[in-house]
Design a protein around this ligand. Structure first.
Ligand SMILES: Nc1nc2c(ncn2[C@@H]2O[C@H](COP(=O)(O)OP(=O)(O)OP(=O)(O)O)[C@@H](O)[C@H]2O)c(=O)[nH]1
Length: 451
């Protein structure tokens, strides 16, 4: 369907026409003809009056006699063409001077047409109609261009026109915002220059293959990283499609997806966090343990694991309720987290009231010290647990295991050793720690020492 904004202009029957002539006879004749055609007419008998009326009335067309007293028709036309409010109004000269030189002079002053006297009425009507249709068409084109500009300027998406070499020829305001650079600085720059690797290289090669005319997909859509002048890297969706025109141009659409990425990252983080305590969950811990275990094998370094369990927590829960129990677990978790000092250390809630602390590149002695420090810190929280037979406060038992793992060791053995150590600590009276060493290498060494 043809949208009204893009419809073909209809001829203007109600158009306003200013007739400028000092001879009453031809003025009257023209007025009669044009009124009969349904136009609105205004008259002026001098150039000065015509200038004044034209500015105030903004007619759609001016019929202008060449021979006028004072300011003649040619001069009047020149002035009309210099005034902003009248410059676009078409002027048709109406004159008895119909030599070629006169006609040429009229066009030189900016006239749209020239009608020679004596007037032939059907010709006058046809020429007036033609000028009005052209004016309506040109107005409609201007309106369409303005509407398109408004749409492009108001878009949230960045829109750019690129040459065949990938250089920017036009950038709308949204793309200037996306790229953090104004239109003047963008003009002529290669799109690839504004991107970080690997996107920059990909886009450059993409345009290189277009240049050589190599076959390939005409359209392209990808995620790129834009190098913003503030130093940040911003993820954006970039799509490139050819524009149907004789010179080959590409339309690039840029869509900032930083917000989506942030929420995606937040979701990913949430999927790895324990909702009650905010520290890592068991899934995150398992993935880290796998990675760090393999790394410890490669670099032949120790890896330690602490397993921590709250003592007599059932009694605490039964006395104070589940909500208070949750708060107690949060306090224990934050004490544990404060002992995850290195970037590679990971504190996690393993389940229920059991927690773990993974300590890559940490020796048996270091792990034992940390276990003791955590036990001590939890005791120092002095969270009352009146029914505890160990102490009047919430306490924890901590088991620590340290392996220098080899290919012969099973990854599960580290957790089992630390868990067993934690149960040994419980058995030893709770509110205590126990640290052990294990693994194939350690056992081999023990056996060698025993011989
Ligand atoms: N409030 C709360 N309680 C939990 C949560 N997860 C597990 N528990 C409770 O933790 C308690 C664990 O009790 P037990 O396994 O008997 O151990 P305990 O009472 O701590 O005794 P020992 O470990 O032998 O010192 C149970 O009462 C569980 O209901 C939780 O997310 N919130």
């Amino acid at each position: 369907m043809n949208h009204p904004a893009f419809a073909t202009p209809a001829p203007q029957r109600q158009a306003a026409i200013l007739i400028v002539d000092d001879a009453p006879a031809s003025l009257g004749l023209l007025q009669d003809i044009l009124r009969n055609q349904g136009y609105r007419t205004f008259v002026a008998t001098s150039g000065e009056r015509a200038l004044d009326l034209a500015q105030r009335l903004q007619p759609d067309l001016i019929l202008l006699d060449v021979m006028l007293p004072g300011l003649d028709g040619l001069e009047t036309c020149s002035r009309l063409k210099t005034l902003p409010r009248t410059a676009d109004i078409p002027v048709i000269f109406v004159s008895a001077c119909s030599d070629t030189d006169d006609i040429v002079a009229g066009f030189d002053r900016g006239a749209a047409d020239y009608i020679a006297k004596p007037l032939r009425l059907p010709e006058v009507c046809a020429r007036v109609r033609a000028q009005l249709q052209m004016r309506a068409a040109s107005r409609s084109n201007t309106q369409q261009v303005e509407r398109l500009r408004m749409i492009v300027d108001g878009m949230d998406e960045g829109l750019m026109l690129l040459g065949q070499d990938g250089r920017i020829q036009y950038a709308n305001p949204a793309s200037q915002r996306c790229l953090g650079t104004d239109a003047r600085d963008l003009a002529g720059r290669g799109l690839a220059e504004l991107l970080a690797e690997p996107s920059a290289q990909e886009i450059e090669s993409w345009f290189d293959t277009r240049d050589t005319g190599a076959p390939g997909q005409a359209r392209s859509a990808r995620e790129v990283l834009v190098r913003h002048p503030d130093g940040s890297l911003r993820p954006m969706d970039l799509s490139l499609s050819p524009m149907a025109s004789s010179e080959q141009l590409w339309v690039a659409l840029l869509h900032d997806i930083s917000h989506h990425k942030q929420s995606e990252n937040a979701l990913q983080r949430a999927a790895l966090a324990d909702p009650l305590t905010g520290i890592a969950n068991r899934r995150h811990f398992d993935a880290c343990l796998e990675r760090e275990w393999q790394r410890a094998i490669r670099v032949a370094k120790p890896i330690s694991l602490l397993v921590l369990d709250v003592d007599h927590f059932k009694l605490y829960n039964d006395l104070f309720g589940h909500a208070a129990g949750d708060q107690c677990l949060q306090a224990v978790a934050s004490t544990l987290q404060s002992h995850a000092l290195r970037a590679t250390d990971l504190a996690a809630r393993y389940g229920g009231e059991e927690f773990v602390l993974l300590l890559p590149d940490t020796s048996h002695g270091g792990a034992a010290k940390l276990a003791e420090s955590i036990r001590h810190e939890v005791e120092r929280l002095r969270v009352p647990n009146p029914r505890s037979t160990t102490s009047g406060f919430v306490t924890v038992s901590v088991g620590a295991a340290t392996f220098v793992p080899s290919q012969f060791d099973d990854i599960r053995s580290l957790f089992l050793a630390a868990d067993r150590a934690m149960y040994d600590a419980k058995a030893a009276g709770r509110n205590s720690t126990k640290a052990v060493e294990g693994g194939f290498a350690w056992e081999a060494m023990q056996q060698a020492l025993a011989r």
